[in-house]
Design a protein around this ligand. Structure first.
Ligand SMILES: Nc1ncnc2c1ncn2[C@@H]1O[C@H](COP(=O)(O)OP(=O)(O)OP(=O)(O)O)[C@@H](O)[C@H]1O
Length: 301
């Protein structure tokens, strides 16, 4: 079985202190996991603010280097990627989705500019018709079309439309891995479910793996195949998402679940959103009902 991504004993340390003493602390501490190429999945990294999620994401995106440990993408050590051609090739396969689409797009530039630029850089398109066809195809994959976004500035689109456009841009190179760092936290609550549903569609239809970084346990429960829970840089618990979240073992996971997954956030969150958008998959009403109860139950042990 070939591996898409291997994160092997990865640590990122930062120095702190000044005149009165110096030291280092580990933002990410000895994290390991593997994604298989043949089995696209939504792999979720959960943890409260400061737990090291973004630092881990930035290392996977090869934006910063680990202090120790290795990250391999399709067998290549990210540390060994040198030169613009090798970097471009890596970026073709591993694309980021950021938290705030309004920060990703320059407010003074039309959003189609980014789509066209990506099509020229990564899809080898040069003629206008070709470039537009790539942009339109990517937008169709996220439920939009070029006609809807062409000529429009970021502020002329809703947060949800803009995040979908950002996802469309990331799809143009034909990636096999998306690293999505809090992709729905800035999106209006009523649109969150449609975005997370989109991730499931991308996994199933385009066979793209997604590293989904969030502190939102409700959407994590809803879309994840596997999950790791991080606390202070360390993975305290990992496994199939529902197994971990239904029956967390580590005190931090239990606390996280109890503090985040109140009956309101779950009951009115998942099901309410599904009702609101009309996009809830069958599980939202069938299995999701049971899941909701399970999550909302007080711990029996
Ligand atoms: N460049 C840096 N220099 C020093 N410390 C850093 C740096 N980047 C991150 N940190 C620290 O590392 C820890 C982990 O930060 P990180 O942003 O990865 O957490 P996070 O889980 O993504 O949090 P959030 O959800 O708030 O973004 C924090 O204590 C942060 O202050």
């Amino acid at each position: 079985m070939s591996d898409l991504l291997i994160v092997d004993s990865v640590t990122k340390s930062y120095a702190f202190g000044g005149l009165f003493g110096r030291g280092t602390f580990k933002a990410v501490d000895n994290v390991s996991f593997t994604l298989e190429a043949a089995r696209p999945e939504i792999f979720t990294i959960v943890g409260e603010s400061g737990s090291g999620k973004t630092t881990l994401a930035r290392m996977i995106l090869n934006l910063i280097a680990p202090t120790s440990g290795t990250i391999r993408f399709r067998g290549t050590d990210l540390n060994a990627i040198r030169g613009s051609r090798a970097r471009m090739d890596f970026m073709r396969h591993v694309q980021p989705i950021f938290q705030n689409p309004f920060e990703v797009f320059n407010p003074l530039k039309k959003v189609d500019h980014y789509l066209f630029m990506t099509a020229r850089r990564f899809a080898g398109a040069s003629k206008t018709a070709e470039v537009e066809a790539h942009a339109d195809a990517a937008l169709q994959k996220v439920g939009l079309s070029l006609a809807e976004v062409k000529g429009r500035f970021p502020h002329e689109l809703s947060g949800g439309q803009l995040q979908r456009t950002a996802i469309a841009r990331a799809l143009i190179p034909g990636p096999s891995l998306l690293v999505a760092d809090e992709p729905v936290s800035m999106v209006d609550a009523s649109l969150r479910m449609s975005i997370v549903n989109l991730f499931r569609t991308l996994r199933d239809d385009l066979r793209v793996s997604i590293i989904y970084i969030t502190h939102d346990l409700a959407t994590a429960y809803y879309i994840s195949d596997r999950i790791i829970i991080m606390q202070k840089g360390v993975v305290v618990e990992s496994g199939p998402a529902r197994q971990v979240l239904d029956n967390p073992q580590h005190p931090y996971s239990i606390l996280l679940k109890e503090s985040v997954l109140s009956p309101e956030t779950i009951g009115e969150g998942i099901l309410g959103l599904a009702r609101h958008t009309g996009e809830g998959p069958p599980e939202a009403s069938a299995e999701g009902g049971a899941a909701t109860r399970t999550l909302a139950q007080p711990r029996s042990s």
